[in-house]
Design a protein around this ligand. Sequence first.
Ligand code: PMP
Length: 430
Amino acid sequence: MNFSKSEELHKEALELIVGGVNSPSRSYKAVGGGAPVYMEKGEGAYFWDVDGNKYIDYLAAYGPIITGFGHPHIAKAINKAATNGVLFGTPTRLENTFAKMLQEAIPSLEKVRFNNSGTEAVMTTIRVARAYTGRTKIIKFAGCYHGHFDAVLVEAGSGPSTLGTPDSAGVPVTTAEDVITVPFNDIDAYKEALDKWGDDVAAVLVEPVVGNFGIVEPKEGFLQAINDLTHQAGAIVIYDEVITAFRFTYGSAQQLYGVEPDMTALGKIIGGGLPIGAYGGRKEIMEQVAPLGPAYQAGTMSGNPASMSAGIACLEVLSAEGVYEKLDELGARLEKGILEKAKEFNMHITVNRLRGALTVYFGVDKVTNYEEAQASDSEAYATFFKLMLNEGINLAPSKYEAWFLTTEHTESDIDETIEAVGRAFEKMSK
Ligand code: PMP
């Protein structure tokens, strides 16, 4: 494949935009460098780059694009919002409509508030949890990404449960010290953390299904144990469902496992491709938020008509009968095909899949936590990524991301992808 126009644009971008990209995950640094592919146009499950190459896409813009590119129902809603006046700075009916849809789909959202990104949503849940409990510390799980505000750019220290250290320059050590990091799926380490610091803990931040070191499900009983222990300690449970809500079912991952958090942060899919975040939860906790309570959160763009319209339209598409069954069937077909090709070409891989999302890890037998994901073979993934790109299959340029299916992928897209995987594995096995 020829990528010369992408290369030219990247060269120009490097002079204009820091690192040439507006989000570091878009750079190809983790897969050996090079110019990222510049997209021109998308349609359904496909997009075309500036050099005219066509791809079947599994990046889904890191999650939001579950209905494919340019979905006519969503496009119509966005166009209507654009011509109607994109922003008023006053409430609109759309906010009520969308809040009601979210509450119906995720009953634990007794009250919600919209904002503009997953980062904002998670950041505010922490502020509100601190306001509600009068405590400061938070617990998070190693390797889970929750956005780019200070408190969550914190790394685990050594040992099963530790106070964090900054994972980014510019994050104060004092902020990191308020964050305790524990391995995912390790309830003993979680207990240990609460035994040590429980009286100071405001909240635990949980991705009910991890999406940021690949797709990793909670072990049986893990989420319930987190709820029970956290509540015993007088702290609150926050689910970060920025990736997981409406990804696996119409609603949230909390419904899949039958465990309800006190608060939930949302983003990605619920914006139908436009910028959005939302958070919500138990009424008495949410009533901490201004103008009712003392915890401040605001936003000029929050609840803007375009994002509301796109989100409503997206949920309308997803609420149709059979959507998630189809995503699961396609996911199963893809997983089976990849595993068969791995067997044929003697590739050592593990596939973690939940319905329409999966991750292929190289060189490991299982991944249930971050340490195991880290141990997977980065070089093999980088080679695989580049081979797949040249096959016209777009994946994330990082071994820690998921492949996301959309409502627009077809069985023949999946079969074409499996054949491409086979050719990539064949080259890698030589
Ligand atoms: N939480 C999770 C689980 C995420 O995956 C992300 C983004 N990848 C965020 C929060 C932050 O969302 P945003 O990029 O919209 O700020």
